[in-house]
Design a protein around this ligand. Structure first.
Ligand code: C6P
Length: 412
């Protein structure tokens, strides 16, 4: 399977370059992915041939832009199997999507004394909006513990899921541990308690098939730039019945039906949430990215990443002084590998690996409560994607060994 992925690199012009005298090995895909030529072309072609504002004009370019923008929404709807395009809101990314849910839906359902349940593996974008809501509503933010090997502790989850729990908001895949959470099972538990489930899908949608109807999540958020699309475009899926109850978060042009001196009415879904001129080129680019992923097949992509980590993990485990975070059982992981080298600061690790042409990220990965929980100030992190190969994995291992040698033995 991975062999047929080897030729994908040629679709990504940015990958064909030398960094610090070494061919680039890009392993920072959890932060953002690179863009294939088809996505770059789609964005450029839009500006060359169809640029206009959407939903406003009747001239030909305006109609073209509108039909491409709304056509992109349909491509995305089909990709995640939402029941209708009214349930697919185009946002700036996962952060905006989660903020909209917390501010608008949270406003509707959360009352003083209620609980909002999240976990210790959440990204700040799935913590801070809930902290703000909890403060405003005098609700309580409750954290689910993790198991020893970094999975969601499902016993603790079930203990903390009570009649007081109004909203559960969990990541589908952790951006630090790479662990995949059993969202479908969790949705059943949450709904039995009459709660609502919000899912941060930023690290899941790019890497595996996601069917929002099968998952039964009430809201599901993700970002275009982590799945080959442009930056500044993302998605908030929500069940129609819930979106109907919510007020828009932003107000202004595009989202109104009728404006009088003192009051206004809103457009229908999904437009009532999309105030102002949207990221039209971003949506078009994202749809082309989705089509690129669909051509490869999301099952194949998940399988490719699994093969890469099955290939690289045994090699990493042989390196003395290397700690790898997250589950031992690779069936519960995507291609995210956080690690530390004893005695070397993760930032130094990332800088030294860059000297070898290998791009990895170091830091708290916008997950400070998780770092505290793991008792680590930071980690280094490699994250694989469709265009990474076994040769990249080998280079990754070599770069770790060279880094270790350089810092611990002063050689290189
Ligand atoms: N994680 C990373 O390097 P935005 O920035 O809105 O596109 O995505 C935010 C976000 C939300 N949830 C998860 C699980 C994420 O991983 C991210 C982005 C990047 O891990 C940047 S910190």
């Amino acid at each position: 399977m991975t062999d047929s992925f080897d030729r994908l690199k040629q679709d990504f012009p940015i990958l064909n370059q030398v960094i610090n005298d070494e061919p680039l090995v890009y392993l920072d895909n959890a932060a953002t992915t690179q863009k294939p030529q088809t996505v770059l072309d789609a964005v450029e072609t839009y500006y060359h041939t169809s640029n206009a504002n959407v939903h406003r004009g009747v001239h030909t370019l305006a109609e073209r832009a509108t039909s491409q923008y709304e056509g992109s929404r349909e491509v995305i709807r089909n990709f995640i199997n939402a029941a209708e395009t009214a349930e697919v809101l185009l946002t700036r990314g996962t952060t905006t999507s989660l903020n909209w849910v917390a501010r608008s839906f949270g406003e509707v359902v959360v009352e003083a004394g209620d609980e909002i349940l999240i976990s210790y593996m959440e990204h700040h974008s799935n913590i801070v909006p809930w902290q703000q809501l909890a403060k405003k509503k005098q609700a309580k933010l409750v954290y689910v513990e993790l198991t020893e090997d970094g999975q969601l502790d499902l016993d603790d989850f079930q203990n903390k899921l009570t009649d007081k729990t109004k909203i559960v908001s969990l990541t589908h895949v952790s951006n630090v541990l790479g662990v995949v959470n059993p969202i479908q099972q969790i949705a059943d538990w949450v709904h039995e308690k009459n709660g609502y489930l919000v899912v941060d899908g930023a690290q899941a949608v790019p890497h595996m098939p996601v069917d929002v109807q099968a998952l039964q999540a009430d809201f599901y958020a993700f970002s275009g730039h982590k799945m080959l699309g442009p930056t500044g475009i993302g998605v908030l899926y929500g069940k129609r019945a819930l979106l109907e109850q919510m007020e828009p978060v932003e107000f202004g042009g595009e989202m109104i039906d009728f404006v009088e001196e003192q009051d206004s009415t809103w457009k229908e879904l999904p437009w009532k949430f999309e105030a102002g001129t949207p990221n039209i080129a971003g949506a078009i680019g994202l749809a082309v990215a989705v089509q690129y992923l669909e051509r490869i097949g999301m099952e194949n992509i998940a399988q490719h990443e699994r093969e890469l980590i099955e290939y690289v993990m045994p090699k990493l485990k042989q390196i003395k002084g290397l700690t790898i975070f997250g589950p031992e059982d690779l069936r519960f992981r995507t291609g995210v590998i956080s690690f530390n080298i004893d005695g070397v600061h993760p930032h130094d690790v990332a800088t030294a690996m860059d000297m070898e042409g290998v791009a990895v990220r170091a830091g708290h990965h916008c997950a400070q409560p998780l770092m505290t929980y793991l008792n680590q100030p930071a980690t280094a992190r490699a994250s694989f994607y469709i265009y990474n190969t076994k040769a990249d994995a080998d280079k990754f291992v070599e770069a770790i060994l060279a880094t270790k040698e350089f810092f611990l033995n002063g050689l290189n």
